[in-house]
Write a protein that binds this ligand. Structure first.
Ligand code: GDP
Length: 472
């Protein structure tokens, strides 16, 4: 939908183009950079990607190699529905919470970290499925180091398994296959490995390069081995970060809690986040009042690869927004304000309204079915006459709707109505109030002035018929 409006074509056209390219998409689906480029090309647009200042956060000062220390891998679990993603996440979370830890009541905060038997940490993103993964990537967030692809051994490689594999491959994230439900009598892990091999994904035990582990998320078989394989993969990746600087990372989840205010789960990716830090996430900022882990335990500081729940932001940022710690509250506030302004301007800019000149083009691309008009005039007689004549211009292809008419100056509320219903305004012998004029300019609402009824009728008629042509 966003892409269609930026290119000024109908959503249906974009969707059907995607289909012809083998992508089945819905109206609100996020597309990755590659898909956007290909689709835009079909409409003769060239895409130029710019870095948002959020991404700039990550164009960090290059760290001195001696400042870098090893950090824990961050893992996302993906796979087909019902293959056991949630069960696996739950099993790992439960198995790894030791009794002596405070509270002991684990909560879903969007991410958690565990200590393996060897004393090494692994952080998990707690939203199973590739939707969250893709949504975050679409926002420029690069948060996953390793993807675990869960496949049920009593089933087959399914469409969503393929999608998950695809997403991991496109993102360049290494995969480990977790072949699940091996406790079931009808489990056949070899069949899954064969199906993977047929997709050119040969597992290690068959001489390939992909790690795989037979597991049961229900009884716990193979989970420890799976975690070891994650650590092995992490070792190859040589994951490091500098803990001795202002924290940067990614928002995983955010919500408003009645008692505690805005609660934001973030993944620290570099630096160390501390209570009292001034942090900016998306267009929201604030001083970190308190931090908790997924067991509800209070934390004073969070080094790289630590997921934490943060209290103190001024609002709820979106999952995938990056966050950064600033030295001064003023700096954070200024950036927050300018981001908010940019967002406002963007939303205004994409809200294109109809004009008479635009009608022809919109019809040509098949996205125009109704012309909404607001009529204001100096006397009731001419308003009615104009309205009757314009209504008669309706055709099968385009209907003319008079959504509001009245006597008097064109007011602010007329303009707002036009904006809300994508209408043009016709002023017959009347002008807009200064305020209405200002808003019309801001909202790009077309106001047409006429003093002869026939001029008005002919122009609108031409516009509608102009678009109905050419007929072959
Ligand atoms: P998700 O949709 O991928 O998150 O799948 P779930 O974790 O919700 O699991 C789907 C169903 O499979 C649930 O009824 C689980 O109890 C069951 N399940 C998951 N893992 C296993 C397993 O290892 N063995 C058995 N027997 N059942 C499992």
């Amino acid at each position: 939908n966003d892409l269609a409006s930026l290119m000024d074509v109908s959503v249906n056209q974009v969707i059907s183009t995607c289909m012809s390219l083998g992508m089945f998409v819905s109206i609100n689906q996020r597309l990755d950079a590659e898909a956007i480029t290909i689709i835009a090309d079909e409409f003769d647009y060239e895409i130029e990607f710019t870095k948002s200042d959020e991404e700039e956060n990550f164009v960090e000062e290059v760290d001195n190699p001696e400042d870098l220390v090893t950090r824990a891998p961050i893992v996302t679990i993906m796979g087909h529905v019902d293959h056991g993603k949630t069960s696996l996440l739950d099993y790992i979370r439960r198995a790894k919470v030791t009794d002596d830890e405070a509270g002991g009541i684990t909560q879903h905060i969007g991410a958690y970290d565990v200590m393996t038997n060897t004393g090494e940490k692994i952080a998990f993103l707690d939203t199973p499925g590739h939707e969250a993964f893709t949504a975050m990537r679409a926002r420029g967030a690069k948060i996953t180091d390793v993807a675990i692809i869960v496949v049920a051994a009593d089933d087959d490689i399914m469409p969503q398994t393929k999608e998950a594999i695809n997403h991991a491959q496109v993102a360049g994230v290494p995969m480990i296959f977790a072949i699940n439900k091996i406790d079931k009598p009808n489990a056949n892990p070899n069949k899954i490995k064969e199906q993977l091999a047929n997709m050119n994904l040969l597992v290690e035990e068959w001489g390939g390069k992909y790690q795989s582990q037979d597991i049961s998320a229900k009884v716990g078989t193979g989970i420890e081995e799976l975690l070891e394989k994650v650590l092995l993969e992490a070792e190859v990746l040589e994951l490091t970060a500098n803990p001795n600087k202002n924290a940067v990372g990614t928002v995983v989840e955010a919500s408003l809690d009645k008692g505690r205010g805005y609660v934001t789960t973030v993944m620290v990716q570099a630096g160390t986040l501390r209570v009292g830090d001034v942090m900016l996430a998306g267009q929201h900022y604030g001083k970190v009042k308190a931090m908790f882990d997924h067991k509800g335990k209070k934390l004073k500081e969070a080094p790289p690869s630590t997921p934490v729940q943060v209290l103190g932001l001024s609002g709820a940022p979106q999952a995938g927004d990056t966050f950064k710690v600033y030295d001064s509250e003023r700096e954070a506030r200024e950036i927050a304000n300018s981001r908010e302004q940019i967002l406002r301007e963007q939303s205004l800019r994409t809200k294109k309204h109809i004009t008479l000149d635009e009608i022809g083009r919109r019809l040509a691309i098949g996205s125009f079915k109704e012309l909404n008009i607001i009529i204001k005039g100096d006397v009731d007689g001419s308003v009615e006459a104009l309205s009757d004549s314009l209504l008669k211009l309706s055709k099968d292809e385009v209907s003319v709707n008079i959504i509001h008419k009245g006597v008097g100056q064109i007011s602010e509320s007329d303009v707002l109505l036009a904006s809300a219903s994508d209408a043009i305004i016709i002023g017959f012998q009347v002008r807009p109030s200064p305020n209405a004029k200002k808003i019309a300019e801001q909202e790009e609402i077309e106001i047409r002035h006429y003093s002869i009824i026939y001029d008005a009728i002919n122009q609108i008629k031409d516009a509608i018929e102009g678009m109905l042509e050419p007929e072959f």
